[in-house]
Write a protein that binds this ligand. Structure first.
Ligand code: MG
Length: 217
């Protein structure tokens, strides 16, 4: 039996130096003529489709149509690739060591649970040379609701492995809520937008990923 670890990406595995936000803003300016559309909008823990909807409501006073959301994401991907090529990503302290530690245990399955659409997630992971660790996951293209994409990641894990336990690792209250909705354990890392004291509902809170292997589970 295996323990399925589901890692969030932004703020948990890496920092993308605003690449996603800047790409979103560039697309909104191009398609809808409004600059800095993300100003005042928090991205942490939200899915790409939910962020697009939030920008539309804030700037245009209405939700996007399905076609507008799809067109937005089509325009987003090349922008994201360009941003990542220019700025790169910072893989966070202890991440590679933690992945190596869990893989070496032999009873862990590694995957992602992220609000990024799959192509965006893979682009960010590739920029950090982390893609080989995460063959599957749950993504923002699975659902605009985080709990549902975590459920998809768990379902995909169970299709591939005999999963006895699921542990979500994330940096926001949204990761915690989604894990709870799926009956999963959750470890929080205070390396993203949410401070450690707001993450107390997690089963463990780490100042950085480097603490996870020493936690011993
Ligand atoms: Mg995050």
């Amino acid at each position: 039996m295996s323990v399925l670890y589901l890692f969030d990406i932004d703020g948990t595995l890496l920092h993308a130096h605003r690449s996603g936000r800047d790409a979103f803003d560039a697309v909104f300016a191009e398609l809808h003529g409004i600059a800095d559309a993300s100003e005042g909008i928090r991205y942490g823990g939200k899915t790409d489709p939910a962020i697009i909807e939030e920008i539309f409501v804030a700037r245009l006073g209405r939700r996007p149509t399905a076609a507008e959301s799809a067109a937005f994401l089509d325009a987003y991907l090349p922008r994201l690739h360009a941003q990542l090529a220019t700025h790169g990503v910072e893989v966070l302290a202890g991440v590679v060591e933690t992945l190596e530690h869990l893989a070496a245990r032999g009873d862990c399955v590694l995957a992602v649970a992220t609000g990024n659409i799959r192509a965006g997630a893979d682009a960010k992971l590739a920029a950090g040379k982390l893609q080989q660790w995460f063959p599957f996951g749950g993504y923002g293209c699975d659902s605009h609701l985080r709990a549902e994409l975590v459920a998809r990641a768990i379902a995909r894990g169970r299709e591939r492995h005999a999963v006895s336990e699921v542990i979500v690792v994330g940096d926001t209250i949204h990761d915690i809520a989604a894990a709870r909705a799926c009956g999963a354990r959750v470890y929080a890392v205070a390396t993203g937008a949410d401070p450690a004291d707001s993450l107390r509902e997690a089963d463990a809170v780490f100042a950085s990923m480097a603490e996870l292997p020493r936690f011993g589970r």
